[in-house]
Design a protein around this ligand. Sequence first.
Ligand SMILES: Nc1ncnc2c1ncn2[C@@H]1O[C@H](COP(=O)(O)OP(=O)(O)OP(=O)(O)O)[C@@H](O)[C@H]1O
Length: 730
Amino acid sequence: MCLCHIIMTYDIKLEKLNHAYTIYKIPSLRIKLLSVPHSSIILYDYYFFSNMASAIKRTFSRAKSPQLPKAAPAIGSILNTPSPPSTISETPNQSVSNSNSPSPAPNQSSTRQNVKVVIRVRPSNAVEMTRGDTEVWEVDNDLRRVGLQTDYCERYKRQMTEYFFDEVFTGSDNKILFEKGVRDTIRSTMEGYNGTVFAYGQTSSGKTFVSFNLYYYNISIIRKYRTNSYPGVIPQAVDCVFDYIRECQEKEFLLRVSYMEIYNETVRDLLSPETEDLRIHEDKRRGVYVSPLKEVVVSTPRQVLKEIMKGEGNRHMGSTDWNERSSRSHTIFQMVIESTAKNSSPSASHRYHPTGPKMSGASVSLSVLNLIDLAGSEKATTSIDRRKEGAYINKSLLTLGTVISKLTENNSGGHIPFRDSKLTRILQNSLSGNARVSVICTISPSVINLEESQNTLKFAARVKKVVTKAHTNAVMDDKALLQKYRLEIEELKAKLESTNISNDKEKEAELSQMLAQEKARHEEQMMEAQLVRTALKERIDHLTKLILNNNSSFSGSPANALARKALVEPNGVDQTNNDLTNAQFGKQIADLRSELNSKNKIIEQLTAEKSNELQIKKELEIIIEQQQERIQSLENNGRGHSRSGSGRDFSNSPGYSDLSKTIKRQKDMINELQDEIKSKEKIIAKQNEMLHQAELSQLKSKSANRTNMENGTYNNQVDEITNSDDNRVG
Ligand SMILES: Nc1ncnc2c1ncn2[C@@H]1O[C@H](COP(=O)(O)OP(=O)(O)OP(=O)(O)O)[C@@H](O)[C@H]1O
């Protein structure tokens, strides 16, 4: 048997040699020493080497050692260094048993389980390094032990303090921390148990680094998440959830997320910061919950991270004396997971019926995952605002501590002050039993923070004693979103089925679709024809109006009006001539109109001539009348003279005979004029008759062309026109 020493050395201040690490006895191996020149190692590399050491150990243990001891012996004993003078060992029963036996498999249902507690001692930060702070904590991954360094205890005569937890880590590797400390809790949640993960520790101890690792994510660079070396627990949990869903063959899931913060004892919705008056409620079914709280249904990890980033943008952060970007509020990122068996459609009796009520369906499992980043406890700070925030933070953390103590003290249902702070009230479900809980406690390595770190470790040891008994939450609940969506899908499927029962029905549907298309096409054509008709009607109306303006006698005649109507609507209804094309029809109408127009013009002319001659006739008649009066008076005068004894007879005088001749001539002229007027009247009458005949013949030829025209109406109209004795000239 030979001794294999793997010794990791690093010098954080580049001055002194610090730790001697894990030493194993590994048979048949001759590695004596792996020494690292201190000046070439930076802090980051230290963790790499530290992890490498673990990897080497694991490899050796698998390859060479049939049985590596589960817990390596204490460092001092192997190095044969004297044991510390005295030791306070926080190894509660549960804690010890838990650290030595693996946590129960997550698929065990309703088993009593201790809260899983993980410790992370972060590396010294720049300030601590610059100050040259001594690192006081030593961590043994295998022993799952964190304790004060022996050197330090000896030098400063301090009591040796050591704690044992489920997992202890140093460095920055969040992946291994997640794998060992959190993964089971997340997977339990996917199986229907409530789960809660929270980070606890003093300000600047690395809670946010372990939960979010915001320094590597910021809102605009979610994409970088995949390449980030230290994704926090929350993004890893999100990945774990979706990995689980991908792997799970038999279930389907629905996820919704919400994100809230407790700032100065006020609950705020980080996804909907404008929402006011968020309250904590409690009912038997849901336990303690916050409302109204915005919930977003999510279907990809990216979507979840986007929501987280959105919420982070609204979170209260501030610069403290210890942390440039300190979380000034507790945040709770909540994911509700609904799941149901993949082929579990609503039972037969509950199937959708179009007329029936909507019924409950298959059982849905509903679990809630809380991922919590607590604000850090802190000592007095210089800023007034920070001091107020700090007071609220410290008070709520104190209450959390008290609640945990009470839970571990009696476990018997005595009064536990959950209601003393919003934080403990919201965590009530998780802490009081029905949840699997992982707590990550973070501490600073520096001696400056020794007291705070010890408090954190004491808190961690108390939490470790809390026993929970989670059970799966199956609900037959229409309110479960998954169930609602399922029912809706069922309804839609049923509707689809009812319209698509058999092939015949399919064909029928096809036919009716074709018919519908044909109908639509026909309607389209009708519409087009209608448009042409309307255009023609408008044109006719327009022309008719022009005729009305130019020839009032045509428009004034009822027969003409009827004829005009018949031209447009020969059936009394608006009917298209099926034999004549629209263009032919239009042309005929135009020809007729122009023919009628020219006839009307002739009539107008004749009428004007007639009235002119009538006027001449009238004037001649007046002249004749005057002449006759003169003759009469002349005759009377002649007769009077002769009677009076003058004995004169003018009838034989030349003046009298001239006058008589003139009168006769004028009378002849009048007679001639009268004859002429009569002949003009005859011509007008004839023209009117011709005009009338032209109208009739036009209508009749149109009538002949309408083969499918209904009998009666049109002919009646023609008869009406024929019989109508309207007021024609003459
Ligand atoms: N394990 C780690 N490895 C490397 N750097 C770390 C680690 N933990 C914390 N840090 C760094 O330390 C600083 C403080 O960490 P963080 O903000 O996570 O502390 P916190 O406990 O959340 O503080 P607060 O309560 O004030 O919000 C950050 O710059 C962070 O990057």
